[in-house]
Design a protein around this ligand. Sequence first.
Ligand code: MN
Length: 488
Amino acid sequence: MPENKKPSNKKHPERPVESERIKRAVEIATEAHKAQLRKTGEPYIIHPLAVKKILEEWQMDEDTIIAGILHDTVEDTSLTLEDIKREFGESVAFLVDGVTKLGQVRKNMNDLDTYLPETRDNFLRLMIATGNDIRVLIIKLADRLHNARTLSALPPDKQKKIALETLEIFAPLADRLNMGRLRVELADIAFSYVDPKRYDYLKKLIEENNKQAAKALKQIEQEVSDLLTKEKMEFEISGRIKSVYSLHKKLAKHNQNLGEIYDLTALRIIVPDITSCYLALGLIHSLYTPMNGRIKDYIAKPKQNGYQSLHTTVITKNKKIVEFQIRTREMHEYAERGLAASFYYNEQKLTESYKQGKIQHLPTNLLWITELQDAAAKLKEGKKVDLKKLRLNLFADKIFVYTPKGDIIDLPKGSLPLDFAFRLHSEIGGHVVGVKINGKMSNLNRKLEQGDIIEILTSKNQTPKTSWFDKVFTSHAKQKLRQMLPKE
Ligand code: MN
């Protein structure tokens, strides 16, 4: 979010007392769900009320909060969309409908075939299905957050399924929307169900590290505070605790070598403006030795999701390694709350397009949302959309590639042609003799890139080879290959 667009250093004013409309929505939802119980044995209304509270914490607009209160009524009670439209208007009904559809889509992905035959990519479909109002996704995220928080009430197999889906779809989605606080909570809860042993181990490791580092960290905090105060800077400084899941992912990236993880201990400094960020960075570097290649300027070059901060890792006189994250209050707010924060600031303007769920003044890194909204609107009107041109940055670690017929296949970054072939079908994977990428003959070691058109050449006489293990990246392809090789 551009710095100058936001009110500076102001805490959000309290939301005015609950409106009549919100009270009415609570009444209606309570009545509609009154015979239902949650798996926990509590009255069902606990859930929509929890979603309401989350959306209020995110400071979403009134229509979104009302839709959050009513989000399960159309699917699970006798209340109809018409009832909602009559009582609360078009916009709330539209949001409730979106959340309901999203739920149905997830239950039966095939339904989308009729909706969007242009692509077989279900994730893309999901996004476009809700894309014309991103608030649908925000309600869905609030819904998922409460369900994750109360996951312990479900039977173990359901817990695992929901936890996996949370880890694979909803936490990355929160990340794409730069809702950092939400991403951490969703990922850590889900991970504790997906791999409880690993979760406990890493959690202890982090706690242990924090305990050991506490004294040194206090001293560093003091030294930095003294210097910044001496330079008459205005600042807040605090420790930041690494989340379990992000440590897990980082360790995987660094071959489980804890010695290579430098941000286990980090201090965060919040200053009033951008100039002060660079000033603070300079002062810290005058105090400690910065590590080579560890200074990251996400202010000049924000991350894809709009995240901004200065990062630096330094070595202190006592050979302690500490990461510093320096940012303004606005950047901090945005890093924690992401898109929801954009909504808050845009609510102040209440433009016509905002009321339709369109967001003004998105940071350039979130412009894909606008593209998604435009695409969805066109599809709704029955117009053609060139999906290939639709830039999808929703998953930073995924690439979207195409078959010659134009079907979209999503693969993890780093995938190779054989991964693509095995994804299409193990029959195809097992008979690969070559690959054409973007119309040109290529080799099987070439990493696939975003937007590549891939044509797999096969021959009936070809058989899978052990040497292909060097030419596959995904565990899916490895597993298929293993199954196809003769047992030794
Ligand atoms: Mn729900």
